[in-house]
Design a protein around this ligand. Structure first.
Ligand code: UD1
Length: 420
C-alpha cells in the first residue's frame, strides 16, 4: 500500500491546472448506456473512480476507448444488466448505472451500496423516485433489482436535494414517456454538467441548476460529444492549501462561479482572492483568522471541502466552528488532526477548532477521500514529517496530487508499496 510523506514549512507558489470533475465525469459516463451510439466524453480525470466506472461499462458490454483524458464509449449492445458487489463496494456511485440500464433494457440488478467511513448512505430517495416513474424495485440478496415495461414521467418531490437521486432521475426521465418534474432538486454544478451532456444526446431538460427541473422524455437518445467541467473540489483544495501556507498560487481551469462559498470564507479568513473567467489567484501573506463554516447543499459550503477547511482552521488565529449537516459522521479527520497537535472539540455535528501556531508532524491514517487530502494539507503546516497511510482513498479522486503540490513547492513524496 502506498503512503505519502510530507515535510512541512514550505510556502506554495506558482501555477496549477485543475482536472475534469470526477463527480460530473461519473454520471456522464454512466449516461452513455442510454444510447447505442458512440459518445465522446472529454476532460475526464485520471483517477481510480473513473477507471472503476470504465471497467463497469466494459463489463456491461460497452466498447471503451481511451486516449488520455478523452474517452469514447459505445454501448451498441449490452452484455449484462448487472453491477456486481465487487465494483459497487469500491465505488458507491456505481449505483447510478441502475437507472440507465432500466431505461435502456427494462431491467437492472445492482449491488446495494453499503455505508462508508462518513456514515450510512442510503439510496431510498433513488429507489422511491424510480418507483414513481413506474419501476418495480426490490432488494434481493443484497442486490437492488428493478424492472419496468415502460417508464412514465411523474411529479417527484425529493425529501432532500440528493445529488445522486437528482442525477438518477434526470437520466431515467430523459427516456420516460411524458414529463417528469423534480422538486427540491440538487443544484450542484455537476447536475448542470450532466444536463448539458444529456441535452447534447437530444434530451429535453430545463431548470437544471434550480430547485425545479422539468424533463420531457424522448423516445431515444443519440451519441454525445461533451467536455466535463473542471473539478471545483480539486480547485478549492489548491486554494485552501495556498492560503494556509501563506502562498501565492494561480489555479487554472477553475470556475470561480462554482466556488463562491469557499472564496467568501477564504476572504473572511484574510486571504486575497482574484476571480477571473477561468482561473483564480490566491495570495496570503500572514496567519489567517479562524472562520465558521457550515456545510450545505449547493450553493452552500460543500461538504467535500469541509475537511480541508478544518485543516486550515487548525493553524488559524482564534476559534472556528465547523458544522457538518450533509453526512452523519464526517469528522474522522479531526481525530487525526489531533494526533498532529490540533485543538479540536467534537460535539455531534459540530467541531470547535482552536487554532495553534503550528502542528507537529506524526504518522496519520486516511479514512476517506477528502480526509486524506486534508491530512496532506495539515502535514504542509506541521513541523517535521507527516506520514499519511492508506492513500488509496486519495487516488480515488485526485489526479497525481503529490506531483501537483510538489510543482508548487511542497516537500511531498509517495512511497510505493509501503506497509500499513
Ligand atoms: C455526491 C458526491 C459526493 C458529495 C455529495 C454531497 C458524487 C459521485 N458524489 O454524493 O462527493 O459529498 O454528493 O455533496 O457525485 N441520502 C439519503 N437517501 C438517498 C440519497 C442520499 O438519505 O437516497 C442522504 C445521504 O446519506 C447523505 C445526503 O443525503 O447524508 C447527501 O447525499 P447525496 O447528495 O445523495 O450525495 P451523493 O450523490 O451520494
Amino acid at each position: 500500500m502506498d503512503k505519502i510523506i510530507v515535510r512541512g514549512g514550505r510556502r506554495l507558489a506558482g501555477e496549477i491546472s485543475v482536472a475534469g470533475a470526477k463527480n460530473a465525469a461519473l454520471p456522464i459516463l454512466f449516461s452513455t448506456l442510454l444510447t447505442d451510439q458512440p459518445c465522446s466524453v472529454r476532460n475526464i480525470p485520471d483517477v481510480a473512480d473513473v477507471r472503476t466506472a470504465l471497467r463497469l461499462l466494459s463489463d456491461l458490454g460497452a466498447t471503451v476507448e481511451q486516449d488520455g483524458a478523452d474517452v469514447t464509449v459505445e454501448a451498441r449492445e449490452l452484455a449484462s444488466w448487472e453491477a456486481p458487489y465487487e465494483l459497487v463496494k469500491t465505488m458507491r456511485a456505481s449505483f447510478l448505472v441502475l437507472g440507465p440500464l432500466l431505461a435502456r433494457v427494462g431491467r437492472a440488478r445492482v449491488s446495494q451500496p453499503g455505508g462508508c467511513a462518513i456514515g450510512g448512505r442510503p439510496v431510498n430517495l433513488h429507489v422511491h423516485a424510480l418507483q414513481q416513474l413506474g419501476a418495480e424495485v426490490e432488494l434481493v440478496h443484497g442486490y437492488t433489482e428493478a424492472r419496468a415495461e415502460k417508464l412514465v414521467g411523474a411529479h417527484v418531490q425529493l425529501d432532500f436535494p440528493s445529488v445522486g437521486a437528482t442525477e438518477h432521475l434526470m437520466m431515467v426521465a430523459s427516456l420516460a414517456d411524458g414529463e417528469t418534474t423534480i422538486e427540491n432538486a440538487a443544484r450542484e454544478p455537476e447536475i448542470v454538467d450532466l444536463a448539458d451532456a444529456l441535452r447534447s444526446m437530444g434530451a429535453r431538460i430545463e431548470g437544471d441548476g434550480k430547485s425545479r427541473i422539468v424533463i420531457s422524455g424522448v423516445p431515444r437518445l443519440s451519441g454525445m460529444n461533451h467536455r466535463v467541467l473542471p473539478d471545483r473540489i480539486e480547485a478549492g483544495t489548491f486554494l485552501i492549501a495556498a492560503a494556509m501556507t501563506a502562498g501565492e498560487v494561480m489555479v487554472r481551469d477553475a470556475r470561480p462561479d462554482c466556488l463562491h462559498a469557499l472564496i467568501e470564507k477564504l476572504r473572511e479568513a484574510g486571504a486575497t482572492i482574484e476571480e477571473h473567467e477561468d482561473f483564480v489567484r490566491v495570495v496570503s501573506s500572514q496567519r489567517l483568522r479562524g472562520v465558521d463554516i457550515k456545510t450545505l447543499p449547493y450553493p452552500g459550503f460543500p461538504t467535500d471541502l469541509q475537511a480541508q477547511m478544518m485543516a486550515l482552521a487548525t493553524v488559524s488565529e482564534g476559534t472556528s466552528v465547523v458544522t457538518e449537516t450533509i453526512f452523519e459522521n464526517r469528522f474522522m479527520h479531526a481525530n487525526e488532526f489531533m494526533r498532529l497537535g490540533a485543538d479540536i472539540a467534537l460535539d455531534g455535528h459540530n467541531a470547535v477548532v482552536r487554532g495553534t501556531e503550528r502542528l507537529s508532524g506524526a504518522p496519520v491514517m486516511a479514512t476517506d477521500l477528502r480526509a486524506s487530502v486534508s491530512l496532506i494539507l495539515a502535514g504542509m503546516v506541521a513541523d517535521n514529517e507527516t506520514e499519511i497511510r492508506r492513500v488509496y482513498h486519495l487516488d480515488r479522486g485526485y489526479e497525481r496530487i503529490e506531483e501537483k503540490l510538489a510543482a508548487l513547492g511542497a516537500d511531498i513524496e509517495r512511497i510505493e508499496g509501503a506497509r500499513g
